[in-house]
Design a protein around this ligand. Structure first.
Ligand code: TYC
Length: 115
């Protein structure tokens, strides 16, 4: 973002009314990489304890944090469980989906670019 700011200085160059124009906060040369939200979706069949286990195992949450997020998903339909780089988010989604498939639960996990 290019932002110009008018600053009073003891030296020139002036812009006519005694203010000096300076450029600040010039465009970043290295853009920060985008971040991705990992979302967990509700369904009617996956056991609550399994969801809590998945949140503890793959997202490093303690039992009460995991239980709280599981309940949010259960009540609201979905919740963000974490925000990661593209590669880490992809890995988390794959780990959850694989674990759910192995246990034959329909649990769904997806990722979405954070704006
Ligand atoms: N709704 C499920 C049940 O009542 C529990 C559940 C919670 C399932 C979160 C998925 O992501 C989920 N057994």
């Amino acid at each position: 973002m290019q932002v110009h700011q008018k600053v009073r200085m003891m030296t020139s160059p002036m812009d006519g009314d005694g203010d000096t124009i300076v450029a600040t906060n010039a465009k970043r040369k290295t853009k920060r990489p985008p971040l991705y939200k990992v979302l967990l979706l509700n369904d009617d069949y996956t056991p609550m304890e399994f969801v809590v286990h998945v949140l503890e195992r793959f997202f490093g949450l303690n039992h009460s944090q995991a239980f709280e997020i599981m309940l949010t998903v259960h009540k609201k339909g979905l919740a963000v469980v974490g925000v990661f780089s593209h590669e880490i988010a992809e890995t988390k989604v794959a780990q959850v989906m694989d674990c759910a498939r192995r246990h034959q639960h329909p649990l769904q996990c997806t990722m979405e670019k954070e704006e």
